[in-house]
Design a binder for this molecule. Structure first.
Ligand code: SF4
Length: 214
């Protein structure tokens, strides 16, 4: 039997949270959720937090941000991954939000995914943590890997994992899953040689495709 709720409840209590709660409280508008999520792609949490802080101190909404040129944005967000591309995308996103949505972030996954550089995971995170609408599960590399190792799903791609998890879990567990698994995946169930010997959910894990562990 798959013990999904037991695992989630254990991780809620033994949370390996690497993001300081003060930083999370600074991301206090849907626009900031969207932009900081874009900055976080392929970037360490500590770098994302510092870059978000620098950018939002200069411009906290799409109107102010659209007045910055892409070069200024790229300097503010450096050294996040792909900072030049992200700066151009952010500039474009601000223009679209102002022109097409009267300065408001669009509130649907489909509309969000039409913004430059916004994929399904970023759209899901914006819906969930910005609009507080639970319509999807943001699945990144950590959620995908851990769900498969635990034996909850048997999938090849994050999109398949999302659908499988939505069938497996009731939606009161969707909200937490991304944050819990990202922290857990950065600290314990790491990509190469996970720390199974100190893992709090070891007894519920099938360790699918785990060849080496510590
Ligand atoms: S037992 Fe190992 S593979 Fe399973 S969740 Fe824990 S760290 Fe990951």
């Amino acid at each position: 039997m798959i013990q999904t709720t037991k695992v989630i409840n254990i991780l809620r209590k033994t949370r390996f949270n690497t993001i300081p709660s003060a930083s999370l409280s600074e991301i206090n508008t849907t626009f900031k959720v969207l932009i900081s999520c874009i900055l976080s792609l392929r970037t360490k949490d500590s770098t994302t937090i510092a870059a978000s802080r620098r950018l939002f101190q200069k411009a906290s909404n799409p109107y102010k941000m659209s007045k910055l040129n892409a070069r200024t944005i790229s300097k503010l967000i450096y050294p996040v991954g792909f900072y030049r591309t992200k700066a151009n995308n952010i500039k474009d996103i601000c223009d679209v939000i102002i022109t097409d949505y009267k300065g408001n972030v669009p509130d649907s996954i489909n509309k969000l995914m039409k913004l430059k550089g916004v994929g399904r995971k970023t759209a899901c995170i914006t819906m969930m943590y910005g609009f507080k609408k639970i319509e999807c599960i943001p699945v990144d590399t950590h959620v995908h890997r851990i769900s498969n190792r635990l034996g909850w799903v048997k999938t090849k791609k994050p999109e398949e994992t999302e659908l499988a998890l939505m069938k497996l879990l009731t939606n009161d567990y969707w909200f937490d899953l991304n944050r819990l698994f990202v922290s857990f995946g950065q600290n314990i169930c790491v990509p190469i040689s996970p720390f199974c010997s100190v893992c709090p959910v070891n007894m519920y894990c099938k360790k699918v495709n785990v060849v080496h562990s510590r």
